[in-house]
Ligand binder design. Structure first.
Ligand SMILES: [Zn+2]
Length: 209
């Protein structure tokens, strides 16, 4: 399997030539025109994870791809011709050759007491987990863990504790478009306090596992 990082929290996970894509958004670069996508997974409806025109773009090249999102995100698709499906934490789905296990529930808190939107974490093929905008521990031991680098809901020490709890072999930071190049270095150095192997990928870079 391999993971290719896109911008911010966008990632593509490929296995045997097929792929699932998470949170595809275009910020500075155009999304590559992938035509091998079986599932488009939207972790939650915030604008740094869901831009409808970008989902339309991916779906146009992959008309048979399933679009999967949390329940409170489904309304975004009502007046479109996209066929989206709500999934809930605890649900398992087989899409193409991919085994998807959903976990989590809610977006991490930004303000204390604030009602937060739904957020889906997802484990792909039992090997790699993407918790979306949360520090929800995946229900299975995973080899590769995606972790937010910087976010309004995150203190870096919490990300380090999260990594130490999950104990993956490899950590891939995502959610990194909110900081400058200098900021990235600062946050990366803090994350490295977790005693794990890190792959710091820039958009377009891949890691095979
Ligand atoms: Zn976010």
């Amino acid at each position: 399997m391999k993971i290719r990082k896109l911008e911010h929290s966008g990632i593509i996970i490929e296995d045997n030539g097929r792929a699932v894509i998470f949170d595809p958004i275009e910020i500075e670069n155009s999304l590559p025109e992938y035509e091998n996508i079986d599932a488009i997974i939207i972790t939650h409806g915030h604008s740094d994870h869901l831009q409808m025109q970008d989902v339309v773009e991916v779906a146009t090249h992959n008309p048979n791809a399933k679009i999967l999102c949390p329940e409170d995100c489904l309304a975004n698709f009502t007046n479109t011709n996209l066929n989206a499906e709500a999934v809930v934490p605890g649900q398992k789905l087989v899409v193409g050759d991919f085994n998807l296990t959903f976990f989590g529930g809610k977006h991490a808190q930004i303000f204390p007491g604030q009602e937060m939107c739904d957020n889906l974490g997802c484990i792909v093929n039992g090997i790699i987990a993407n918790p979306g905008d949360s520090l929800d521990v995946p229900p299975l031991a995973v080899k590769v863990l995606c972790v937010a680098l910087s976010a309004p809901w995150l203190k870096s020490h919490e990300a380090v504790e999260f990594i130490n709890n999950v104990k993956p072999e490899v950590v891939i930071p995502i959610h990194d478009a909110l900081v400058s190049r200098m900021g990235k270095e600062i946050y990366r150095n803090v994350l490295k306090k977790a005693d794990r192997e890190f792959r710091f990928l820039e958009p377009g870079q891949e890691f095979e596992f």
